[in-house]
Design a protein around this ligand. Sequence first.
Ligand SMILES: [Zn+2]
Ligand SMILES: [Zn+2]
Length: 272
Amino acid sequence: MSVLGWVAAWIVAVQLAGLGNTVGYHRLLTHRAFVAHPMVRRILTLFGATHSGSPMMWVGLHRLHHARSDTEEDPHTPTRGFWYGHAGWLIGTRHPLPAILFALTGFGQQALILWHDLQRLVGRREADWVALCPDLREERLMRLLDVPLVMPALFAAQAVGAWWVGGAWGLLWLWSVHLFLTNASWSVNSICHWPAFGVQRWETGDRSRDVAWLSVFTNGESYHNGHHRYPRSARHALHGGIDLSWQVIQLLCRLRLARDPWLPRAWRSPRP
Ligand SMILES: [Zn+2]
Ligand SMILES: [Zn+2]
């Protein structure tokens, strides 16, 4: 594989898988910010599943984050430390060093998903997140992706494919894709809930921030204070700025592949 091909494939993979998380898992499945054509819904879900774990687990955790933001019950509040909010919460540590090392593993999240699935298989762990997404458990695809070892199988398929296409360089490519995507996603939990960064435009009762520079790496998700103020809004950059996820939702609506994007009243265009 040429260097140019390697980089081009990296950008395409990061964008598609990243949008699967931000447009799919987050704005569509968690917050129902718009209605997507069933096929688009499935495709976005599968793109998200390449790196974000089971959709019901992700949605359940994220709904808990919104319901209990920056309290003891928030799964990843950085009030327990910046690196806890970033990656330490996944492995249950407040110490920066193991949290940073875990964040640098790239495939660490996939190893954790495998570990949790094995625990579920031997009855040591419950899929308690399912109770938080009664809407999703009606869908066959969501239930299938929540079956233990389905997510690890999807990751194994990626690894085999990457090895088959590019050998060691292919695996390095896959590692760097996961490294970027996991840290971009976690940075919303850490940086966008940390007082040193960005601005808080709305008094939301939590520590959420709008961090403009991070929006390039997070498809617009870093306008996070506005998101906590209006969780259902399909647009996160409410005061302007780069919000690729919103651009994609608008494009899907223009192509009639999606409809009814929800916006706060002040941001709705007047009816003609
Ligand atoms: Zn938040
Ligand atoms: Zn949210």
